[in-house]
Design a binder for this molecule. Structure first.
Ligand code: SF4
Length: 733
């Protein structure tokens, strides 16, 4: 195809109205947008759609279609590197089982059958309205994701809550980042990860807590390796992970003794006066009370309760206390716990008391999980009102209503239920219809058997995904086929607050539409008000999000447009309208001013709580779950499509068991075993290894049945599931 003709076609498609003809054959028209200057055989950079690292990939096109890719050498995040998932990003788009048309199950005895988009949209609206009529407006809810673009999340949230009248909508970011959100909000006054990835290269002490960086965020581990300060790398994790093996010190603490352990470190910092008293005095509140709280966490007590030898505990406190630039990083080992928020805040407290914040190489730094977890935190309209606002605040509701040009009365004056509360709502009969977008809860949610049973109780289950073959989509009454990463436009926000661009470099198959287009189509079929006309394209939506960010810590009004994001190599928030230049790497809190009312960071703490299900006589092992390899992503709905990625991890799922336990149970590596909890069981292969201590068993979270075992217990503040510590027993098959 000639370049001019090709570009004209794209522009026509981009500018054209959302007609039925276009919806019937989006591949023919090219729904979405390619940069208008792009030649059909161009190379263009696209931010990766898997993890929150946010690497940029140079996608090479032939006749306007992506044919391969390579890591972007100039992007400040990945500097020419990519992990296996990134290299294989295009493969899942070409999978045979892509959803190519909407599917509908007329009754529970029927199979899903293809239907027209217009019928799918009408069915969606009719059945949702019927449920609302019969059970009240709050009886419908949505569960969304950190995998779609920010503009899409915002449109979904606006449509569902301001137009359909939903109160309850949450996302799978509850499973990964909710704890970081609540911890930062309470301690800093806003959900504001303070760091830049450059800090990995500038620290002299790097403390990784519950983070297997080597395989979960491999490019960030590469950034650690670029550090020229010969840093101490300390890994705090019950398991000897790939990262622990590479560290200068591995602290193998008892599972879920982390809060006690961190208070013990803080107490040693106090005892030895390894404090930044000037910083504490000028920029924090509550330190004296915190000091009193931790006084009882003596080194002897903490050593005993965490199984960490006294000398190791004291040595670690000294490294932190005497380090010049100490950065503390955490991920799911902290976030997925029954006392996760206080544990994250115990990390924040250590950074505050030692003055390790706001300077290069420092920080209390939460690394997010999904590619757009941060976008979801700010703009999904789930827990927070659009733009990091508060549903409970009348002024915030007025402001959002004004920007969106809607009646403020349409904005709920209450916060949504969290994911687990929505699930409980199905059980109690309060939630009767659920719309699940780009997440596979039937695999990933805790206490899986219960979750799947509850989905079958719903009057109407809608699943919007790129595959109708996920465990969740197979249970749907209505399946809506979505375009995947690389088949649509929008922005993602990575762990260091960097906004990056996703572009349409590949045509979606059949009638699969960008999530943005699906939301628009459903909203227009619903009869949404005139506000929808302003959300014609993702970039229109981005301009609206900019306005919503006004006067917020996440102010992005200084970003002109998509082109500027592209040319700058991504842009970290905030960027105020008055900003004269865009720095590549920026920290928050360089001036010691936080987002609380008094500008001071708060020391927040609590008493450690007992594990809701510790190992006991009947279930003597503690189950640990986590990432299996850098080639696997969550429920493997995408990575499972790549033959290359499948060769990079064990073919069969396994359970790691300590040699002492294996000997006692008569188990050898490769034996078939059954792991049983109070909720379910699964059969898999044994891997006898000293990576876990006696009394522990580790199973990768990618195993589709692992959440048959896990427990419905949650952090009371963040309501994040406690995936990492329940009791199980092991039997040889
Ligand atoms: Fe993509 Fe994350 Fe891999 Fe980078 S590290 S290529 S963002 S999956």
């Amino acid at each position: 195809m000639r370049a001019k003709q090709f570009i004209e076609e794209k522009i026509r498609a981009f500018d054209g109205p959302l007609t039925e003809e276009l919806l019937r054959d989006p591949g023919k028209f090219g729904l979405g947008q390619l940069p208008r200057t792009m030649e059909p055989d161009a190379t263009t950079s696209v931010v990766c759609g898997y993890c929150s690292t946010g690497c940029s990939l140079n996608v090479h096109l032939k006749d306007g279609q992506a044919i391969n890719l390579s890591p972007d050498p100039d992007y400040p995040v990945n500097l020419g590197m990519a992990c296996p998932k990134g290299w294989e990003s295009l493969t899942p788009l070409a999978a045979d089982d892509r959803g190519t048309s909407p599917l509908y199950r007329a009754s529970s005895d029927d199979a899903l059958e293809p239907i027209e988009w217009k019928d799918a949209a009408q069915t969606f609206c009719d059945r949702m309205r019927t449920v609302q009529r019969e059970h009240g407006p709050e009886s419908i809810a949505f569960l969304s994701t950190g995998q779609i673009c920010t503009e899409e999340m915002a449109l979904l949230g606006a449509f569902a809550k301001f137009e359909m009248g939903m109160i309850h909508g949450d996302g799978n970011t509850r499973q990964c980042m909710a704890t970081a959100v609540t911890a930062y909000k309470e301690s800093f006054g806003f959900d504001a990860p303070p760091f830049s990835y450059q800090d990995f290269e500038e620290s002299d002490v790097i403390v990784l807590i519950g983070s297997n960086l080597c395989i979960a965020h491999p490019i960030l581990w590469q950034r650690v390796l670029r550090n020229e300060n010969n840093p101490e790398i300390i890994v705090i994790d019950p398991r000897k992970t790939e990262t622990a093996m590479q560290a200068t010190q591995h602290v193998a603490l008892r599972p879920k003794s982390d809060l006690t352990f961190l208070y013990g470190i803080a107490q040693l910092l106090v005892e030895n006066d390894w404090l930044d008293s000037d910083f504490i005095e000028a920029h924090t509140s509550g330190f004296e009370d915190f000091k009193e709280h931790i006084a009882s966490f003596t080194a002897e007590r903490v050593s005993q309760e965490s199984d960490v030898p006294l000398s190791e505990l004291k040595g670690l406190a000294q490294k932190i206390g005497e380090g010049k630039r100490v950065s503390l990083w955490w991920t799911m080992g902290v976030n997925q716990s029954y006392e996760a928020t206080r544990t994250a805040q115990a990390i924040i407290n250590i950074a505050l008391m030692t003055g390790n914040i706001g300077k290069p190489g420092t920080g209390a730094n939460s690394i997010t999980g999904q590619c757009n977890a941060m976008g979801s935190r700010l703009f999904s309209n789930t827990t927070s009102l659009l733009g990091g606002h508060d549903f409970l605040n009348a002024q915030h509701r007025e402001k959002v209503a004004e920007v969106l040009e809607i009646d403020p009365a349409k904005i709920p004056d209450q916060r949504s239920w969290a994911y687990d509360q929505i699930v409980d709502g199905i059980e109690t009969g309060k939630i009767k219809a659920l719309w699940i977008v780009a997440t596979n809860g039937a695999h990933s949610w805790a206490h899986q058997n219960r979750f799947r049973k509850l989905l079958s109780k719903l009057d109407f289950l809608v699943v919007q995904d790129i595959y109708p073959t996920t465990e969740t989509a197979e249970l749907a009454d209505l399946f809506l086929p979505a375009a995947g990463w690389g088949e649509k436009d929008g922005t993602l926000i990575n762990s260091e607050r960097r906004i990056g661009l996703v572009k349409r470099v590949s045509r979606s198959p059949g009638e699969a539409l960008a999530d943005f287009s699906i939301f628009r189509y459903l909203a227009s079929t619903w009869g949404a008000g005139p506000w929808l006309a302003k959300w014609k394209t993702p970039e229109d939506a981005f301009q609206i999000l900019k306005k919503l960010s006004k006067d917020q810590p996440c102010d992005i009004r200084g970003i002109k447009d998509y082109r500027e994001i592209d040319e700058a190599g991504g842009i970290q928030w905030p960027l105020a309208e008055s900003s004269s230049s865009i720095e590549t790497h920026r920290h928050l809190f360089a001036d010691g001013t936080f987002y609380t009312d008094d500008g001071r960071a708060r020391f927040i703490y609590d008493d450690p709580q007992p594990n809701p299900e510790p190992p006991d006589e009947a279930y003597p092992f503690c189950l640990l779950t986590g990432r299996g390899s850098s080639a696997q992503w969550h429920t493997e709905s995408r990575t499972g499509k790549s033959e290359i990625l499948k060769k990079l991890h064990p073919k069969e799922s396994y359970a790691e068991i300590n040699p002492d336990d294996a000997r006692a149970l008569g188990i050898k590596s490769a034996d078939r075993i059954t792991v049983i909890s109070r909720r379910g069981s699964l059969e898999l292969k044994a891997l006898v290894t000293a990576t876990v201590k006696a009394g522990q068993v580790f199973i990768p979270m990618h195993n589709p049945k692992v959440n048959r075992l896990t427990l419905s217990s949650f952090d009371p503040v963040s309501r994040q599931p406690n995936y990492k510590a329940c009791g199980v027993k092991i039997a040889k098959c």
